[in-house]
Design a protein around this ligand. Structure first.
Ligand code: GRF
Length: 209
């Protein structure tokens, strides 16, 4: 049975995308194959990373479309065209509507740089998450991979990993530690786990048809 077809949506630097591409290269991500990377920011370095890895990459920019609905339709068309079976949000900064998420029930993953339900939801993205964790004074933070539904950072949790906050941390040092010790490990693990489950479902469906 062929590997699960994965599309990755990005907005920025793409270090989480790189972790996925690297795990595919070394074979720890083996049940899924990244076939498409889409960015909502035409200048995202993540697009260069995709190209360097020989993966199809395209920009679909919200400002070009008259509405969020039209933007999401363009995203859905690109996913359909690529035959995506699993969608991974890797630092994708646009909130997707229910109309979109319902098209891929338990088939969209997101990585969030905190231990949900702390420091998550609308407005908690990028450095803001780590600023909030430091302002609150938590001693442990981390990252969460969860399924995506219409509630920002509200879908079922799949994996979490804790990371220590250290004295003297800045939002930048904390962000880096959370990426290195949690995000770049968890996201490829989650991609393999869900891909394996999708493969099993496909095998069961094949046997019963
Ligand atoms: C990561 O911290 C991710 O968890 C968050 O945005 C950041 C994106 O980083 N949602 P990158 O584009 O993967 O380097």
């Amino acid at each position: 049975m062929s590997a699960v077809n994965i599309a990755v949506l990005v907005s920025g630097g793409g270090t989480n995308l790189q972790a996925l591409l690297d795990s595919q290269r070394v074979g720890t991500l083996k049940s899924g194959r990244i076939t498409l990377v889409v960015s909502n920011n035409a200048d995202a370095y993540a697009l260069r990373r995709a190209e360097a890895a020989g993966v199809a990459a395209k920009a679909i920019v919200r400002a070009v479309f008259p509405s969020q609905e039209a933007f999401e339709d363009a995203l859905l068309d690109a996913l359909d065209e690529a035959g995506a079976e699993l969608v991974i949000l890797a630092g994708f900064l646009s909130i997707l509507s229910r109309r979109f998420t319902e098209r891929y029930p338990r088939r969209i993953l997101n990585i969030h740089p905190s231990l949900i339900p702390s420091f998550c939801g609308k407005g908690f993205y990028g450095l803001r998450v780590h600023e909030a964790a430091l302002a609150y004074g938590v001693k442990v933070t981390g990252a969460t991979v969860h399924f995506v539904n219409e509630v920002p950072d509200g879908g079922e949790i799949l994996l979490q990993k804790a990371v220590d906050v250290l004295p003297g941390d800045t939002p930048e040092t904390l962000q880096r530690r959370v990426m290195e010790q949690a995000e770049w490990i968890l996201l490829p693990q989650a991609a393999e786990l869900v891909s394996q489950n999708i493969m099993k479902e496909k095998e069961t469906n094949d046997r019963s048809s």
